[in-house]
Write a protein that binds this ligand. Structure first.
Ligand SMILES: [Zn+2]
Ligand SMILES: [Zn+2]
Ligand SMILES: [Zn+2]
Length: 207
């Protein structure tokens, strides 16, 4: 059984215009409440319950994506191929339509057969979840109890800026900075990026 938030997230049509704020600019529904299990627009945030945990959905190539940093606090994202947009890793929410079919020799998504980089088995969150459901596996083993403070309303203060700088390049994350390096600690973001190890602290030879 999928939890209600996951069911809602996978079924929701994001980036449709908000019915309440039809006459406002930037009224696309790109915020998902993990408590109410529904989406709404940034204008709705003002009247939304302030303590509800919220997830921001972004758009790339007309598809819904979620930052890996956010999503991996909710669900185990291993084997889902991440993409890098404006230096942030994202996961596609749903499988994308594709014209070519896989020739059988390449590594491809277990569910939709999209060609993937080597260590990955799924192109999107829904392909992983659907595969597990299809296999009769228990989803609770990949679901995490999340900390509400990680999804607080304060993270939306920069929403307008985020919406302005769309259009960055997407490249599949390289193997080197792939999934293993993504569980970085807060505050160490810059240092741990790319999983580079620093050697012993250097001391001046004169001291
Ligand atoms: Zn809510
Ligand atoms: Zn609205
Ligand atoms: Zn897929």
């Amino acid at each position: 059984m999928k939890p209600a938030w996951l069911e809602g997230l996978m079924a929701e049509s994001f980036f449709a215009a908000c019915g309440v704020h039809q006459n406002c600019r930037k009224n696309e529904k790109n915020i998902f409440c993990l408590n109410c299990c529904q989406s709404f627009c940034p204008h709705c945030l003002l009247s939304h319950h302030p303590s509800h945990p919220l997830l921001q959905v972004r758009r790339y190539v007309y598809q819904d994506v979620i930052r890996l940093d956010d999503l991996e606090k909710l669900i185990d994202c291993s084997y889902i191929q991440p993409y890098t947009i404006n230096s942030a890793k994202v996961i596609f929410l749903n499988q994308r339509p594709q014209s070519r079919s896989c020739n059988g020799s390449a590594n491809s998504c277990y569910t939709c057969y999209r060609i993937l980089q080597d260590p990955f088995h799924f192109c999107s969150l829904s392909c992983k979840v659907n595969y597990m459901v299809y296999q009769g596996e228990n989803l609770s083993q990949i679901l995490y109890k999340f900390d509400h403070s990680d999804f607080s309303i304060s993270q939306f203060e920069d929403l307008r800026v985020d919406m302005a700088d769309e259009g960055g390049h997407v490249t599949p994350s390289s193997i080197l900075e792939g999934y293993g390096g993504s569980k970085k600690k807060r505050g160490l973001l810059m240092l741990s990026f790319g999983n580079r190890r620093k050697g012993a602290p250097q001391r001046s030879p004169l001291s």
